[in-house]
Design a protein around this ligand. Structure first.
Ligand code: GLP
Length: 225
């Protein structure tokens, strides 16, 4: 694990964008796993700006999402699909046919999860972007999630409802992982991730077993270390 400590959210977003841009420059047809939530919004703004300034070309990348509510309409403003299109995909030149999202409208969720897992197996993720929940969750892998978990339907504890998420083992297969955390609310989760036991109580702690795992935190997120 490599820990990068920065001052604030702005610097965190810049640093993360640098990593994503370098990845795409080194390998233009990279497969990138995109997270949702508030944390990567600054990163996505930087990516859109870099694209506008013609510093980066997304035309060859393949994109995968990490999770989605279930069931949910793609067009619902609460869906992660809507989030990814409105915050990023509509503003860059990623090709529609290269965008792969967990489908919250799927009738048969088991089939959807199996096919999605298979799609990722065929298009290994070069760089997975992650946030972290206050309880240490990654994607929708809540505490209790198994190290060997795959793409599946889960009960969400932090809100009422269900979600689809790629599993811990799916995430672990990514060649490189960056996890971003900003703000005091994340300080406890960051402490468990970095210094706690590697176990199910903090699903993010499993990532310490990954060979190419980068954590970027700002001062507030690192305040309990
Ligand atoms: C949600 C998402 C996660 C995200 C987390 C943190 O549960 N499923 O993918 O990382 O929340 O969100 P935020 O960045 O808004 O704190």
């Amino acid at each position: 694990m490599k820990l990068i400590r920065v001052k604030d959210y702005e610097e965190l977003s810049r640093k993360a964008a640098e990593i994503v841009i370098n990845q795409i420059k080194l390998k233009p047809n990279s497969t990138i796993g995109f997270a949702t939530g508030k944390t990567p919004l600054g990163l996505y703004k930087n990516l859109v700006n870099a694209y506008k300034k013609k510093k980066i070309d997304f035309s060859k990348i393949k994109a995968f999402s990490l999770d989605e509510f279930y069931p949910i309409k793609r067009t619902s403003k609460k869906s992660y699909s809507y989030y990814l299109f409105s915050k990023l995909f509509n503003k860059i030149n990623v090709k529609k046919e290269n965008i792969n999202l967990l489908n919250g409208e799927a009738k048969n969720f088991k089939k959807e999860c199996k096919e999605y897992e298979e799609k990722i197996r065929k298009n290994p993720i070069d760089l997975q972007i992650l946030g972290i929940g206050e309880n240490g969750h990654i994607g929708f892998n809540e505490p209790g999630s198994d190290f060997n978990s795959k793409t599946r339907l889960v009960e969400l504890t932090h809100i009422r409802g269900k979600g689809l998420t790629i599993g811990i083992s799916t995430i672990m297969k990514s060649k490189k992982i960056i996890l971003l955390a900003s703000g005091r609310k994340k300080a406890k989760a960051i402490l468990s991730l970095i210094k706690g036991k590697i176990d199910k109580n903090c699903p993010a702690s499993f990532l310490r077993k990954h060979k190419n795992f980068i954590v970027i935190i700002d001062e507030k997120a690192g305040s309990s270390l």
